[in-house]
Ligand binder design. Sequence first.
Ligand SMILES: NC(=O)c1ccc[n+]([C@@H]2O[C@H](COP(=O)([O-])OP(=O)(O)OC[C@H]3O[C@@H](n4cnc5c(N)ncnc54)[C@H](OP(=O)(O)O)[C@@H]3O)[C@@H](O)[C@H]2O)c1
Length: 338
Amino acid sequence: MKKVNLAVVGVGAVGVEIMRILKQRDFPINSLKVFARSARQIDIDGNKYNVEAIADENFSNVDIALFAGTEGEKGAATLYADKFVKKGAVVVDNGADFRMKDDVPLVVPEVNCDAIASNKGIIANPNCTTIQALVALGGIYKKFGMEKIVLTSFQATSGAGKSATVGLWEETKELIAKNDNVSFDNISKKVNKPIGFESQIAFNAIPKIGGYGDDNYTSEEWKVVNETHKIFADNKIKITATCVRIPVFTSHSEAIYFRTKEDTGLSGIEEALKGSKGVVYTPDSFALPLDVEGKDDVYVSRVRRDRYEKNSFWLWCVADNLRKGAALNAIQIAENLL
Ligand SMILES: NC(=O)c1ccc[n+]([C@@H]2O[C@H](COP(=O)([O-])OP(=O)(O)OC[C@H]3O[C@@H](n4cnc5c(N)ncnc54)[C@H](OP(=O)(O)O)[C@@H]3O)[C@@H](O)[C@H]2O)c1
């Protein structure tokens, strides 16, 4: 296999996971450049990397650039993706800036790998919540079509970046310190000031991820709707979502209710799941967020039919949001480019 000149932009929660997976999968690298806002040396699992300040870069001699910077106007992809593309690189971006653009393929390799070939220099990685849902539902969709999806997510703090994860830890420590020598009946459950999110996340649940958008849904909930339509290339699916942040460090969980277009029973759904790439289906047990941390697959369990509605089912799925939900999906796209 051809060895490539690779760039990784961003060394936060996702960027570090990208570096880890590149090593684990023995990605064929000729040269590796690592960028962030500021230059420094970092250590990942005992391996040292020189991080360069991206502002000083000339963007040449890069075949593939994996972006894991923050989003928006001042985000890495908005400022620098085109500069890499102009010098001949293909960019795979983890953020939301390019996902819904017509000329940018939005790819979950297990579902729409073919879309990669239509790229014009930028390929987008979907949102973590969408990725694991579509890996779980992809095989069922291909076999039976999909009329409706109702998704509720229980999302880990690392989905909001490294600082949010540190926030959960610091809030938890603050409460433990505050309640030292206090009887259980009198413990204080509130921190002085939320650290990682706008509300306290320790021992809590926040039913708002991102800003509010149309019809009072949040941006995270709209991502699930719009990205699913684009990846399945099917705007007719009726999708609605509620996304909730919970005090878990890594791995998102999702309860998904869906109705297929074609008639099927529970055994048809189970067969589809058993044949789905990237899915581990466990009919007799369920995976927990802690179980799947560091794992590549999407774990599906608790599949049930709705007794009152035809062709309607529930499933529960859990996946590592930093791996399959971000870094691994981007690297799988890069592997397909090769
Ligand atoms: N976390 C997840 O589960 C997840 C899942 C799917 C997608 N994503 C997306 O992946 C991206 C990265 O997320 P994250 O959670 O890793 O964020 P993070 O922990 O906050 O890290 C962001 C990194 O990007 C760098 N950066 C930010 N702005 C930059 C700029 N203008 N130029 C160069 N580097 C810049 C930062 O550099 P410094 O270190 O120098 O500040 C930092 O290393 C985001 O777009 C996010 O939406 C995340």
